[in-house]
Write a protein that binds this ligand. Structure first.
Ligand code: SF4
Length: 146
């Protein structure tokens, strides 16, 4: 499957398995990219954004994403990191993590995924660039630091 992240930016990820809507992934911090912020702004949802480790992220309620209510309330325009899960990214400390969340994800027994190393590196630099652009345009000032 080719995951389209932004205009002109996509990566190849092979995924087999089906989401069981357990919501475990929605407990993680959902860092936001510029396209995500623009989508949220378009839908009048910027008040659901906060700052975590100096980067914009979705707020949480009762330990889960503010948009989770058994299903994702913004599924059609869910953020990039949600679309990538169970590949997880930690861009805040300039480190990319690529893991399968075996301890939590309920479909891990049937899940198989792979991402090319070159795509992983591309993804990492894309996230770093997003953070730089957000700083440059003053977008990293939304909400309060957690
Ligand atoms: S935006 Fe949707 S998929 Fe992403 S963490 Fe929130 S509820 Fe889950």
């Amino acid at each position: 499957m080719r995951i389209k992240i932004d205009k002109g930016f996509s990566i190849n990820v092979k995924v087999r398995g089906h989401c069981k809507y357990c919501g475990e992934c929605c407990k993680d911090t959902v860092y936001l990219t510029i396209p995500d912020l623009l989508n949220l702004e378009k839908h009048g949802l910027l008040d659901k954004v906060t700052m975590v480790h100096g980067l914009p992220a979705l707020k949480k309620e009762n330990g889960k994403c503010v948009f989770y209510n058994g299903r994702c309330k913004i599924y059609n325009f869910r953020p990039v990191v949600c679309r990538l899960y169970p590949i997880t990214i930690t861009p805040n400390n300039l480190k990319i993590q690529c893991t399968k969340h075996e301890y939590a994800c309920k479909y891990n027994t049937e899940l198989v995924y792979s991402i090319r190393y070159s795509d992983l590196i591309k993804l990492f630099y894309w996230f770093v660039r997003q953070a730089e652009l957000m700083k440059q345009y003053g977008l990293i000032k939304i909400g309060d630091e957690l």
